[in-house]
Design a protein. Structure first.
Lengths: 529, 510
């Protein structure tokens, strides 16, 4: 939309990837004179806001300068040899698939930094917190921007250590266990993924994703593709997470600090599905076709399992934890994303990418809200919150209650909000999967997944009823209701972008689909288009 | 050796002194230290250490003039063959750099250990033994006949036994030395028997000649040759601490002075796998179907045994930090064996050399970061005599830089960012295995990487926990600081430019 020369674009993309790393190092150093702020803690948190703000600005300029007429073309590409021995190249670039994820990551990290500035995390010094947050951002942005298989693996691994420490140091109860579970699951998956990536790279002679995607699997025999997709799929499925490899997720979310949960759900999970779209689909289509029905079946099981688990947690007397509930709902939502990918059709994959972004926005918002609720009431236990008759958030903190209800209905896929389009398109894709995939099977999956949307609506409405509704506590009632401050200014600042984008994506899906569709078409057909 | 070489030179051949300079300088420095020890008073014993450090540095610098071309000396003349006993090719130079650099860092660590130990460690003997062992280790990669190889192996090992048991009046130390000695000597004896079998079957000791002769061994001698090949490997497998020859490692490392443990973990290993590479890839390529699978199984067992044992270490046990490093070095030895095993499955000699190059690249990474980890352990050991892993709790509060550096080293060993060089070194090893079609070994290694991550990260996490009690700051001796800084700079530089070591995984070394 705005004309910027290619070399400036290259620089901006490199800056968004490397900038947070430099910021992380700077965060560990003492603040220079003049920037000391009120206290060292405040100074370093402000530094975090500044760095993530610059990165967000860079990402936004990139999005504006991106040639929207050719979203299937890789833009702002840099291609430098780094390790010739392993044929690893620093190959960066963005197209219509990665650009929205890049902006989403930059946005969510900025909002998290902003939120932490006003509400510092409880735990040890915020210095390390900011540094880890920035390393996490760099790793996530890198995994969406790199176009080299081994570099992708490096970026994929880069987020592990920061996330581990964020959970283990600033988390809630059972944080050590949850952090271990997170890192061991993910690492086991990603090491297996490395084997698959190496297999592809060694058999085809290049690790370059663009070249491999253009080949569309021509240089790889079907058996190699099958093994590679199995290995890579396991790694990505752990990250996504796909049922039955999801069990690290609820624990990690429950224990993580608010900011950690937001980033984990908002962007880290997307690395898994992005990998499926960017690597498995175009590079090893034959192998993917072999596994697509199984992937779809597991995705559908995940949808049903996630919603049933949520229903069980939302029940009265189940002592359900709200954070855990949203985590399980993520398993369900990511199931839709996986189902869309498994159809291997443009409609399904577009739906998956849309649902990806929508889930990032909505679940990010929900985790923020639940975190705020926990700060005010000290608990996320649904029974403790709602007691017998409901927490009456509408009455006690109307704006907070309204936002929570908004997040819940967005999450259940109300038409007109972001959550609707992705899931609908994924179901559409399953109605007519790609050639070579069994249509009856996918019709069955579609029907079951549609049932899943009903269950999703059910538990989210129960949550809304129990948390937002209920009789206003009378003055002087026993036990005395604690004061519940309504949404504060900084909270509005951190949340309103998410609300606005959720509405925008719901009302104007073409903005996003116009970006992804050409790129998806090209990925699915490879060099043949 | 020098005397023999001289007399031989006057008769039939000239010696290329430049080529043999690196091990010779180390050996001469050792002799100088031994003699100087007699004339130096107690107050000036520290000078010996600096002579040794200078000697090792000079030996490492002597590698520079050799870079431009391959050199050979002590060659057979006449008979139409051209086999040499000493060759300084790229492989030799890289390993000599590793060995001499490793010895240099161990020497830097020793400087402060000797100063702290007061009278427990005799300085003159200590430096002489260290330099002799380093000279043997530097000779080994250059040897191209089985006799020189075994001699170099023993020159590298015998002083090491003494170094382990050198501490006066320390029962643990002498017990460790005895354990080390007995198991090592048994392995060498077996190895020698293998060499004699191979000699009987082929009639030569030169590695390249053996390779040629083994192809057409008399049918009756076939079994003899096969047995010889297998037995020869045993001695080297012991040096790399491969299963089932790994039991000596933890006790020896704990019993030895810490710098000696660091030396053994890097230089001792380098000696073992260099010998293995020379014997397997250069001498016995035609028996690849025997040693390839054998090494693959050995690699899988070694890494699993090492990592599982490291995982089971209790952090509060005495000396658990050194024990953990010892077991982890067994696990790392398993990774080092993987590419050598993969070389056995290669179709072309060039592929085998590339696979071996992965081992070399990994070893270089491992040497830098493992010595770094030992250096920080030595630092902590100065104040916490028991050197338990739990003593590292809150190290960040006491000395932030040491904690950050140790965390970096441990993550390099684990192979996770920010230890990028560790990650890519593992990637080369994985790719050697995948390229050779050793999928099962790659999967075993993948599981091991996860197991190893658990204990490395546990230790790393401990560094940043809140300390118990008030942090006390200590002055750090300069040589120790230099060693830590040197390894840290190496690790960070390699993480930025992994090509520096990984290029060995891409080109022929011999």
């Amino acid at each position: 939309m705005i004309g910027i020369s290619e070399s400036v674009m290259q620089f901006l993309l490199a800056l968004t990837v490397v900038g947070p790393l430099i910021g992380a190092v700077a965060a560990l150093l003492p603040a220079p004179p003049g920037l000391k702020g009120k206290s060292p803690d405040q100074a370093v948190l402000r530094h975090g806001v500044f760095v993530t703000g610059v990165i967000l600005l860079g990402a936004l300029i990139l999005a504006l300068a991106f040639d929207h007429d050719q979203p299937s073309k890789m833009q702002a590409t840099t291609d430098i040899s780094w390790i010739p021995a392993l044929d690893v190249r620093i190959h960066l670039g963005i197209d219509g698939i990665s650009l929205p994820l890049l902006v989403l990551t930059a946005l969510l990290t900025f909002l998290c930094a902003l939120y932490s500035f006003f509400k510092p995390p409880t735990g040890p010094s915020p210095k390390a917190f900011v540094a880890l947050l920035l390393v996490l951002e760099s790793g996530t942005l890198a995994s969406f921007a790199v176009l080299d298989l081994l570099l992708f693996f490096l970026a994929f691994e880069m987020v592990l250590i920061p996330m581990y420490f964020l959970i283990a140091r600033w988390g809630g109860e059972q944080r050590t266990r949850a952090a271990w579970k997170f890192i061991l699951y993910t690492l086991l998956g990603s090491v297996v993924m490395l084997l698959g990536l190496l297999l592809i790279g060694l058999r085809s002679g290049t690790f370059d994703m663009v070249a491999l995607a253009t080949d569309n699997g021509l240089g790889l025999s079907t058996s190699v593709q099958v093994i590679a997709v199995l290995a890579i799929g396991i790694g990505l499925a752990v990250k996504t997470p796909m049922w039955p490899l999801h069990s690290w997720l609820p624990d990690a979310h429950t224990a993580a600090p608010t900011v950690g949960s937001v980033l984990l759900a908002g962007v880290l999970l997307k690395m898994g599905t992005y990998g499926f779209v960017r690597i498995a689909l175009p590079i090893a289509p034959d192998g993917m076709r072999e596994f697509a029905p199984y992937l779809a079946a597991l995705a559908v099981v995940g949808i049903i399992y996630g919603s049933l688990a949520c229903l069980a947690l939302a029940r009265q007397g189940a002592k359900g934890d709200l954070k855990r509930l949203i985590a399980y709902s993520s398993v369900g939502h990511m199931g839709f994303v996986l189902l869309g990918i498994a159809t291997m059709s443009p409609t399904g994959v577009n739906g998956a990418l849309f649902a990806n972004i929508a889930h990032g926005l909505i679940t990010g918002l929900l985790f923020f809200l639940v975190g705020a609720l926990k700060d005010r009431t000290g608990t996320t236990d649904l029974d403790a919150l709602a007691r017998e008759s409901g927490a009456a958030l509408y009455g006690r903190a109307p704006r907070l209650g309204g936002l929570l209800a908004f997040g819940a209905v967005a999450s259940l896929g109300l038409p007109g909000l972001a959550g609707f389009w992705g899931e609908m398109l994924a179901l559409f894709g399953a109605f007519e999967p790609a050639d070579g995939l069994s249509r009856p099977a996918f019709l069955t999956f579609m029907a079951i997944a549609a049932l899943g949307t009903l269950l999703t609506a059910a538990y989210l409405l129960i949550v809304v009823r129990r948390v937002c509704m209920g009789p206003m506590p009378q003055a002087g009632a026993e036990p005395a209701p604690e004061a519940l401050p309504d949404v504060r200014g900084y909270e509005f600042a951190a949340w309103s972008p998410l609300v606005a984008l959720t509405v925008l994506a719901g009302l104007w899906p073409a903005a996003l689909l116009g970006l992804t569709d050409p790129a998806v078409q090209k990925l699915l057909t490879g060099g043949k288009s | 050796m020098t005397v023999a070489a001289e007399s031989a030179a006057s008769l039939v051949q000239s010696v290329d002194w430049l080529a043999i300079a690196p091990p010779t300088i180390a050996a001469v420095a050792g002799l100088v230290v031994l003699v100087a020890d007699l004339f130096l008073g107690d107050a000036r014993k520290a000078l010996l250490g600096w002579i040794s450090v200078a000697g090792l540095a000079a030996a490492a610098l002597a590698l520079l003039p050799l870079l431009d071309e391959d050199r050979s000396t002590f060659c057979l003349t006449g008979g139409g063959t051209h086999a040499c006993s000493y060759t300084a090719d790229r492989f030799t130079l890289v390993i000599q750099l590793l060995v001499l650099g490793g010895a240099l860092l161990a020497a830097l660590l020793s400087l402060s250990t000797l100063k702290d130990s007061a009278k427990e460690l005799p300085a003159g003997e200590y430096w002489f033994l260290l330099l002799s062992s380093a000279a043997g280790a530097a000779l080994l990669p250059a040897s191209r006949d089985l006799a020189t190889l075994i001699v170099a192996l023993e020159v590298a090992s015998l002083p090491a036994f003494a170094l382990v048991g050198l501490r006066y009046g320390d029962k643990r130390s002498s017990e460790a030395a005895l354990k080390f000695f007995l198991s090592s000597v048994t392995a060498t004896a077996v190895s020698l028997m293998g060499v004699s079998f191979v000699y009987a079957a082929t009639g030569t000791l030169h590695l390249t000649e053996i390779a040629a002769e083994l192809d057409d061994v008399d049918g009756q001698l076939h079994t003899l040759a096969q047995t010889g090949v297998a037995l020869t490997l045993v001695g080297f497998a012991f040096k790399v601490a491969a299963v089932p020859f790994h039991f000596w490692v933890p006790d020896t490392y704990v019993g030895a002075p810490l710098p000696v443990a660091a030396y053994l973990s890097v230089v001792g290993k380098a000696v073992g796998f260099t010998g293995l590479i020379l014997v397997t890839v250069v001498a016995f390529p035609s028996y690849a179907d025997v040693w390839g699978p054998a090494l693959a199984v050995l690699a899988a067992l070694t890494m699993t045994a090492g990592n599982v044992a490291a995982l089971r270490q209790r952090t509060t046990r005495a000396y658990s930090a050194v024990r953990l490093l010892a077991w982890s070095s067994v696990g790392q030895a398993g990774y080092l064996l993987v590419p050598i095993a993969a070389a056995g499955y290669a179709d072309e000699p060039a592929d085998a050399e590339r696979a071996v190059g992965s081992t070399v690249a990994y070893a270089l990474m491992y040497a830098a970061v493992n010595l770094g980890a030992f250096a920080v352990a030595a630092l902590v050991g100065r104040t916490q005599r028991m050197n338990r892993v739990s003593d590292y709790r809150g190290l960040y509060a006491r000395s932030p830089l040491a904690a950050l550096v140790l965390g970096f080293f441990l993550l390099c060993l684990a192979g996770l960012p920010p230890g990028i060089i560790g990650l890519f070194a593992k990637v080369t090893v994985f790719s050697a295995a995948v390229d050779a079609g050793l999928g099962w070994l790659a999967v075993v290694m993948a599981v091991n990487v996860v197991i190893a991550l658990f204990y490395y990260l546990q230790w790393t996490a401990l560094l940043f926990r809140a300390p118990e009690g008030e942090p006390v700051r200590h002055r750090v001796p300069a040589p120790l600081t230099a060693a830590i800084a040197l390894t840290a700079v190496l690790g960070v530089a390699l993480s930025g430019a992994p090509q520096l070591v990984l290029r060995f995984a891409d080109t022929g070394l011999f």
